[in-house]
Design a protein around this ligand. Structure first.
Ligand code: DAH
Length: 339
């Protein structure tokens, strides 16, 4: 038996030194130490030898097998290295060959508009903060002074997940989160997706807003007007006319809506601006003292201004796109036309 093992070892080693490629090495492994291999067969054959001799033979076979495995491993490493060297010398890249034409992606028009808005805000000293798209009733409505019977709370208008959880219907929810997390002075903008059960050429169930909030001592309506006028002129040019109209939002008092010269017709009047020459861009106002108090901010010492920018409406006008839905269908043929 011992002799048989030695013989097999010599035979295997002789074969092994001649191996020059990985495929032959793999075959060699199968032949000797694989499941059906010759050494494995020897181990299986042990049942024929007397029980007292088995441990001795077992040890011999295993040590030979181990030796063989080590040599196989070394050979494998050597052959791998050889193969790599061969590839490196043979497979040279021809850098003179003309490049293949590939399609280049680009930033989505909505993100372009959003980035432009945020850049203008950052230039004016705002910090950008991010918030959740699934909100609680408290942040989306309650803390913003939106009463229980307000139409926005209706199932027809907002997407409810549970009675208490909704897809946020406005980024204004982030005003509350910011005021809870920071102490005045606060100067933040918060961009993101918002959701409402609404769908036509200028409304999509998912849309984008950019919320702004400034809280400090002595903030007044003058700051609000100056800030938004500057921001809109940065975006649309110095000659843009800006119009503030009285409005109502439960979380601001007083409230305004802000329009700028329609970029589609330059103020002459067109179907997009319904002949008015203006495009509605923002809701804004002075933060309702009740809202400040809801967040633990002393409304006698501090006041605030807030604004909410409708990004999609601005984007479809900027790029002269007839329907808001085209912004979300992700048709590459359409998107690649927008530069
Ligand atoms: N959240 C309002 C909307 O979705 C927009 C808005 C109005 C935001 C007034 C504000 C604000 O921050 O002060 O229609």
């Amino acid at each position: 038996m011992e002799e048989k093992v030695k013989l097999l070892e010599t035979e295997a080693l002789k074969e092994l030194v001649k191996i020059e490629d990985l495929k032959t090495l793999a075959d060699f492994k199968v032949k000797y130490i694989g499941k059906q291999g010759q050494f494995t067969a020897l181990l299986r054959g042990m049942k024929e030898i007397p029980a007292e001799d088995r441990p001795k033979f077992g040890a011999i076979i295993n040590s030979v097998r181990e030796r063989l495995e080590n040599i196989i491993e070394e050979t494998e490493e050597k052959l791998n290295l050889k193969e790599l060297e061969r590839k490196l010398t043979e497979e040279k890249i021809d850098i003179t060959e003309p490049a293949k034409n590939t399609e280049r992606g680009q930033i989505h028009p909505l993100n372009k508009v959003m980035n432009k808005l945020m850049e203008a805000c950052v230039e004016m000293g705002f910090t950008v903060v991010d918030g959740p798209e699934i909100e609680t009733d408290y942040y989306n409505f309650e803390a913003l002074n939106i009463p229980k019977d307000h139409p926005a709370r209706d199932m027809q208008d907002s997407f409810y997940i549970t009675q208490n959880l909704i897809m946020r219907s406005q980024t204004s929810a982030m005003q509350i989160r910011a005021m809870e997390a920071m102490k005045p002075p606060i100067k933040i903008v918060s961009p993101g997706r918002t959701y409402r059960a609404d769908s036509d050429a200028t409304h999509s169930p998912v849309f984008h807003q950019l919320e702004g909030l400034v809280v400090d001592e002595n903030i007044s309506m003058i700051d609000l007007k100056a800030l938004l006028t500057k921001l809109l002129k940065m975006l649309f040019g110095e000659n843009t006319q800006i119009r503030f109209r009285p409005s109502f939002f439960p979380f601001t008092e007083p409230s305004v809506e802000v329009d700028a010269t329609c970029p589609m017709c330059g103020g002459k009047g067109c179907p997009r601006c319904k002949g008015s020459g203006f495009m509605e861009l923002l809701g804004a106002g002075m933060v309702n003292p009740k809202v400040l108090e809801n967040c633990g901010i002393d409304s006698k010492k501090y006041s605030g201004l807030a604004f909410g920018f409708g990004v999609d409406r601005f984007a479809i006008t900027e790029y002269k796109v007839p329907s808001i839905r085209m912004m979300f269908e992700n048709d590459i043929k359409f998107l690649s036309q927008i530069k």
